[in-house]
Design a protein around this ligand. Structure first.
Ligand code: KG4
Ligand code: ZN
Length: 336
């Protein structure tokens, strides 16, 4: 079954064709980073306009690259939640129109499920049940994936996502947007024990995350140094900040492995590209004899291939949408 998938939830427009949930026939991505860079973050209105300009041509390119016509496509899939509402609406309306005009089934896909499904592409034999940690610019969620379409949220961020903290700290340090990858490189050179930043936990919610306090602590550290005219060692800040993020992740995963008797774990999302987080989770899984699945770097950040992969399982599960489908920006514990 060949699914044409559309992704437009944030600042990447993407169209992809995926066969049977595992094989990527083509995937075109147009990042808006260069447009948003000068503002230091994504400007929602500009993102929506840029999606409108790109979505038709990217879809055509994905079909051409796959040497396919729309007649040969079996269904149209689209990210409908969570994300920026104006950005999501572009993809949703485009996909609805295409499905309606071409008499194809329409499949709605949750973006977080999509991130997890990037691993089904990379690991052809991977199947639920497993524990998944989705860490990205907009999400930090710990999930029990009971089956391809049955998601249970175990923990979620109470404030900022991990990626938001990476990007904010990077911005205050004068690194370009988004700063995650450069923070990763700086942290490799720095001393992670040089500065002690907080490791937040949430009372009575051992699996929830909170990154706004850490973000503020690092920003305060940088501002204090600036006021005193002291030079900041960016490598040490990046390494110490990353160590704090790694510890909070390791703490939740460690408890979950014991509490839920986890044997299989999956990482996903843009921040799962971080080499320090990967290394720390790899070590944790090795010690606990848990099989760990990581997406390749190319599938960590937003793309439509992961949406097409999840769409296949949604189709098999009968989770179809129709012309009434609307975008839903809400990022809560309901990963449906
Ligand atoms: O998954 P994604 O493309 O978008 C959302 O769904 O939010 O994730 C983008 C995020 C950005 O915050 C970016 O800084 C972060 O992923 N990121 C990284 C790394 N590469 C990308 N964060 C830490 N280390 C990295 N190597
Ligand atoms: Zn994402």
């Amino acid at each position: 079954m060949k699914i044409l998938a559309i992704e437009s939830s944030c600042d990447e427009t993407s169209a992809a064709i995926v066969e049977d949930g595992r094989k990527v026939i083509s995937c075109k991505i147009l990042s808006q980073i260069d447009i948003h860079k000068r503002f230091g973050g994504v400007v929602p209105e500009i993102a929506s306009r840029a999606h409108i300009e790109a979505v038709s041509s990217l879809t055509e390119e994905a079909l051409n690259e796959g040497n396919l016509t729309l007649d040969e496509i079996d269904a149209i899939a689209v990210t409908y939640r969570p994300g920026l509402v104006g950005a999501l609406l572009v993809g949703v309306n485009f996909a609805k129109s295409l499905a309606y005009a071409c008499h194809k089934p329409l499949i709605k896909v949750n973006h977080i499920r999509g991130h997890v499904a990037a691993n089904y592409i990379a690991h052809p034999h991977l199947e639920p049940p497993f524990l998944a940690l989705v860490i990205s610019g907009g999400h930090t969620s710990l999930l029990k994936v009971n089956s391809f379409c049955d998601y249970e949220t175990v923990g979620i961020t109470r404030d900022d996502a991990a990626g938001e903290a990476f990007d904010k700290v990077a911005r205050v340090m004068g690194i370009g947007y988004p700063g995650g990858a450069e923070m990763d490189a700086l942290a490799k050179i720095g001393d992670k024990n040089s500065i002690v930043f907080p490791r937040a936990s949430v009372k009575d919610a051992p699996y929830d995350f909170s990154y706004s306090g850490l973000k503020t602590a690092v920003v305060n550290y940088l501002h204090n140094a600036e006021q005193k005219g002291e030079e900041v060692n960016k490598e040490n800040v990046a390494a110490s900040f990353t160590a704090s993020v790694c510890d909070t992740i390791e703490n939740r995963l460690n408890h979950a492995i014991c509490d839920f008797k986890i044997k299989k774990m999956v990482l996903a999302g843009g921040v799962s590209a971080n080499s320090h987080i990967r290394a720390c989770v790899e070590e944790l899984c090795r010690k606990n004899k848990v099989d760990l699945y990581l997406p390749p770097l190319s599938l960590c950040s937003d793309n439509a291939a992961m949406i097409g992969a999840q769409a296949y399982w949604e189709f098999l599960g009968g989770n179809l949408a129709d012309i009434t489908l609307n975008a839903n920006p809400v990022n809560d514990k309901f990963v449906n």
